[in-house]
Write a protein that binds this ligand. Structure first.
Ligand SMILES: *Cc1c(COP(=O)(O)O)cnc(C)c1O
Length: 440
């Protein structure tokens, strides 16, 4: 069983309850409303409809600043991992804070170029299956670094760079064979995973790269998985990377960058996370192996930046009881937020207006024709009625980006809140948007 969250009001600074008093001085509020920064969420639900993703700009800025502060002792660039949340409004905000980007496709690179053309020289390109066309776009855009994952890929990049006469800075993404102790679907650093190159083979790849006229050996990369809370795994991986850097330099390679990847986990649980403490421990784990190597560090956080900055608002359509089992049927579904169905992920769910102290044990499910279409099972929740709003918390990462059109449901609208301002950053997808590409 999960411990009850003390109160989401304790989640600084983005989401908290504020009393809806009737202006009668010290009278205890009869109802409390959930806000994102200075904006009541129920107003956004009325204005834009539900389901609706709402993000806090202050939270995203605070997370970026916390990373920058924790790594201030070493030259570094934050390359926000675009796949965690790739909406242009979010990318523009991140670029505005001076960060770079980690992309895993040509499409993501085009998003970055659209959001902030100036950010191109702070882009790293990761992924096991880059096509020549994607490499060409990246070379023409003048990105910072290619993370290479196989000899075959290295040859394609070499040929593409030579054809365009544009040199490519490369790092080999090594597979350090350490366990990230996370969900098997998002663990990437063990030898049986498709990602990276085993360290002994990586040395051969560096020798190969050095012989290509248009490739410039520049770094070593590692990324061992996602939602990692045991910082010891990062330290182990970086120790192996640091050893490799020393060997490669001895062989004459000019290694200037270590890309430590992303993967820092967040707390989805009821307990209050202490991010300050967590980021400090993470920085220590990453930095201690590479200290003194005179390197420029690249970091690719995704989830830790945007995860806690987003909620999904959904309205209760129906209450239903089947043989004493209770269900809240809501208007959001697995196509809008797939993490519970895909990973069995836990997300806190809270009422947008808190009036009753009464609770019930219930499932929270969507309208899709799949038993896997649920957000919570046997969850103790405050009693809510049909028509009430719920907020599913910590969905800023791997939420909207994993949305689909299953059941011909439109992709959800998204709103970015900044202080008292709230702006729509993605319109709700209509059925005609969906049908536009079809031929009949
Ligand atoms: C997914 C990914 C990241 C971001 O992971 P988070 O867990 O969201 O921080 C960073 N780098 C690479 C190469 C990735 O594939």
């Amino acid at each position: 069983m999960r411990r009850p969250r003390p109160s989401p009001a304790l989640r600084p600074p983005a989401f908290g309850y504020h009393g809806a008093t009737s202006g009668k001085g010290a009278a205890k509020p009869s109802r409390e409303d959930l806000y994102c920064e200075a904006v009541p969420l129920k107003i956004l639900a009325t204005r834009h409809g539900t389901p609706l993703y709402v993000y806090s700009a202050a939270m995203i800025r605070a997370r970026l600043n916390a990373f920058a502060h924790a790594f201030r002792s070493i030259p570094h660039t934050l390359c926000y991992s675009v796949k965690a949340n790739s909406t242009l409004g979010i990318l523009r905000l991140v670029a505005g804070e001076g960060a770079g980007f980690d992309v895993v496709s040509g499409g993501e690179l085009q998003r970055v170029l659209r959001a902030s053309p100036k950010a191109a020289d702070k882009v790293v390109f990761s992924g096991v299956g880059k096509t020549a066309a994607e490499m060409e776009l990246a070379l023409r855009s003048g990105i910072l670094l290619f993370n290479i994952e196989s000899a075959s890929e290295l040859y394609v990049l070499s040929a593409t760079a030579r054809r365009l006469k544009k040199p490519a800075a490369v790092a080999v993404r090594v597979n350090p064979d350490v366990s990230a102790k996370t969900h098997p679907y998002i663990s990437t650093g063990l030898h049986q995973h498709k990602f990276g190159v085993p360290i002994p083979e990586a040395r051969t790849l560096y020798a190969l790269a050095a012989k290509q006229p248009y490739l410039k050996v520049a770094g070593v990369s590692v990324h061992i998985g996602s939602q990692i809370t045991d910082v010891g795994s990062f330290q182990e991986a970086l120790e192996r990377v640091a050893d490799l850097v020393r060997v490669l330099r001895k062989q004459g390679h000019d290694i200037r960058y270590v890309d430590a990847g992303g993967g820092l986990g967040i707390s989805y649980e009821a307990t209050q996370e202490n991010f300050e403490k967590q980021i400090t421990a993470y920085a220590r784990a990453v930095l201690s192996p590479v200290r003194g190597l005179n390197l420029h560090l690249l970091l690719e956080p995704g989830r830790a930046i945007v995860g806690p900055a987003g909620v999904l608002l959904t309205r209760v359509l129906y209450r239903k009881t089947n043989n004493h089992k209770r269900f809240l049927i809501v208007d959001a579904a697995m196509n809008d937020l797939v993490r519970p169905s895909l990973y069995g992920a836990y997300h806190e769910i809270v009422p947008v207006s808190r009036a009753s102290r009464e609770t019930e044990v219930t499932d929270v499910v969507g309208p899709i024709c799949e038993t896997g279409d649920f957000f919570a099972r046997d969850r103790k929740l405050p009693l809510v009625s049909e028509g009430d709003l719920l907020a599913i918390l910590d969905v800023g990462a791997y939420g909207a980006v994993l949305g689909s059109n299953y059941n011909t449901r439109g992709r959800v609208a998204e709103v970015l809140v900044d202080g008292a301002k709230a702006g729509l950053i993605r319109r709700r997808e209509s059925v005609s948007d969906q049908l536009r590409l079809e031929i009949s």
